[in-house]
Design a protein around this ligand. Structure first.
Ligand code: SF4
Length: 122
Protein backbone atom coordinates (compact mmCIF):
# COMPACT_ATOMS: atom_id res chain seq x y z
CA UNK A 1 0.00 0.00 0.00
CA UNK A 2 1.21 3.49 -0.80
CA UNK A 3 2.05 5.55 2.26
CA UNK A 4 1.22 9.18 1.72
CA UNK A 5 2.44 10.76 4.92
CA UNK A 6 5.83 9.16 5.50
CA UNK A 7 8.38 11.47 3.98
CA UNK A 8 12.11 11.52 4.33
CA UNK A 9 13.57 14.52 6.11
CA UNK A 10 14.04 17.26 3.57
CA UNK A 11 16.78 19.83 3.15
CA UNK A 12 14.87 22.60 4.90
CA UNK A 13 14.03 20.44 7.89
CA UNK A 14 17.66 19.38 8.18
CA UNK A 15 18.79 23.00 8.03
CA UNK A 16 16.33 24.15 10.71
CA UNK A 17 17.27 21.22 12.95
CA UNK A 18 20.94 22.08 12.56
CA UNK A 19 20.25 25.75 13.28
CA UNK A 20 18.31 24.88 16.46
CA UNK A 21 21.06 22.59 17.72
CA UNK A 22 23.83 25.05 16.99
CA UNK A 23 21.91 27.99 18.44
CA UNK A 24 21.14 26.06 21.64
CA UNK A 25 24.83 25.30 22.07
CA UNK A 26 25.85 28.86 21.29
CA UNK A 27 23.38 30.36 23.77
CA UNK A 28 23.82 27.67 26.43
CA UNK A 29 20.16 26.78 26.30
CA UNK A 30 18.54 23.35 26.24
CA UNK A 31 15.69 21.60 24.53
CA UNK A 32 12.53 20.77 26.44
CA UNK A 33 12.44 17.64 28.55
CA UNK A 34 9.53 16.61 26.31
CA UNK A 35 11.07 16.08 22.84
CA UNK A 36 7.68 16.37 21.14
CA UNK A 37 7.71 20.08 22.03
CA UNK A 38 11.08 20.55 20.35
CA UNK A 39 10.01 18.47 17.37
CA UNK A 40 6.78 20.44 16.90
CA UNK A 41 8.56 23.81 16.99
CA UNK A 42 11.26 22.69 14.55
CA UNK A 43 8.59 21.35 12.24
CA UNK A 44 6.64 24.62 12.51
CA UNK A 45 9.73 26.69 11.75
CA UNK A 46 10.43 24.44 8.77
CA UNK A 47 6.90 24.89 7.44
CA UNK A 48 7.17 28.67 7.69
CA UNK A 49 10.58 28.67 6.06
CA UNK A 50 9.11 26.77 3.10
CA UNK A 51 5.91 28.79 2.87
CA UNK A 52 7.23 32.25 3.64
CA UNK A 53 10.95 32.07 2.99
CA UNK A 54 11.75 32.79 6.64
CA UNK A 55 11.49 30.79 9.87
CA UNK A 56 8.70 32.85 11.38
CA UNK A 57 7.92 31.80 14.96
CA UNK A 58 5.28 29.05 14.76
CA UNK A 59 3.81 29.68 18.21
CA UNK A 60 1.99 32.91 17.49
CA UNK A 61 -1.05 34.05 15.57
CA UNK A 62 -0.44 36.56 12.78
CA UNK A 63 -2.95 38.64 10.86
CA UNK A 64 -0.50 38.88 8.00
CA UNK A 65 2.39 36.44 7.97
CA UNK A 66 4.18 38.06 5.01
CA UNK A 67 4.17 41.43 6.78
CA UNK A 68 5.51 39.83 9.96
CA UNK A 69 8.34 38.23 8.05
CA UNK A 70 9.32 41.64 6.70
CA UNK A 71 9.52 43.19 10.16
CA UNK A 72 11.80 40.27 11.16
CA UNK A 73 10.84 40.65 14.84
CA UNK A 74 9.47 37.09 15.07
CA UNK A 75 11.88 35.45 12.66
CA UNK A 76 13.71 32.82 14.65
CA UNK A 77 15.73 33.56 16.69
CA UNK A 78 13.26 36.33 17.51
CA UNK A 79 14.11 39.60 19.20
CA UNK A 80 12.96 38.48 22.70
CA UNK A 81 15.24 35.44 22.41
CA UNK A 82 18.18 37.44 21.15
CA UNK A 83 17.76 40.16 23.75
CA UNK A 84 16.88 38.21 26.89
CA UNK A 85 16.79 34.49 26.08
CA UNK A 86 13.01 34.49 26.13
CA UNK A 87 11.69 31.72 23.87
CA UNK A 88 7.99 31.35 24.53
CA UNK A 89 7.87 28.28 22.23
CA UNK A 90 10.12 26.45 24.70
CA UNK A 91 12.57 25.55 21.95
CA UNK A 92 15.49 27.19 23.75
CA UNK A 93 15.31 26.93 27.53
CA UNK A 94 17.86 28.14 30.06
CA UNK A 95 19.28 25.37 32.21
CA UNK A 96 17.44 26.55 35.32
CA UNK A 97 14.04 26.36 33.63
CA UNK A 98 12.06 23.53 35.18
CA UNK A 99 11.11 22.21 31.73
CA UNK A 100 14.66 22.24 30.37
CA UNK A 101 16.08 18.83 29.54
CA UNK A 102 19.73 17.96 29.07
CA UNK A 103 19.78 17.83 25.29
CA UNK A 104 20.98 20.34 22.74
CA UNK A 105 20.40 17.88 19.93
CA UNK A 106 17.34 16.01 18.74
CA UNK A 107 17.10 12.85 16.72
CA UNK A 108 15.70 13.39 13.24
CA UNK A 109 13.49 10.34 13.74
CA UNK A 110 11.65 12.06 16.60
CA UNK A 111 10.82 15.01 14.37
CA UNK A 112 9.70 13.01 11.36
CA UNK A 113 7.69 10.60 13.48
CA UNK A 114 5.86 13.45 15.16
CA UNK A 115 5.29 15.15 11.83
CA UNK A 116 4.01 12.02 10.15
CA UNK A 117 1.68 11.23 13.04
CA UNK A 118 0.25 14.69 13.51
CA UNK A 119 0.66 16.75 10.39
CA UNK A 120 -2.14 15.92 8.00
CA UNK A 121 -2.37 19.31 6.37
CA UNK A 122 -0.78 19.93 3.03
S1 SF4 B 1 9.95 32.19 20.53
FE1 SF4 B 1 11.57 33.06 19.28
S2 SF4 B 1 13.37 31.80 19.60
FE2 SF4 B 1 11.57 30.65 20.27
S3 SF4 B 1 10.97 29.42 18.48
FE3 SF4 B 1 9.76 31.31 18.45
S4 SF4 B 1 11.00 32.67 17.18
FE4 SF4 B 1 12.35 31.02 17.78
Amino acid sequence: MLTTNTQAPDKTLKAIKKFAEQYAKRTDTYFCVDPSVTAAVIEGLTRHKKELGAPLCPCRYYEDKEAEVKTAFWNCPCVPMRERQDCHCMLFLPQDNELAGEQQEIDMGVITEMRDNNCVTA
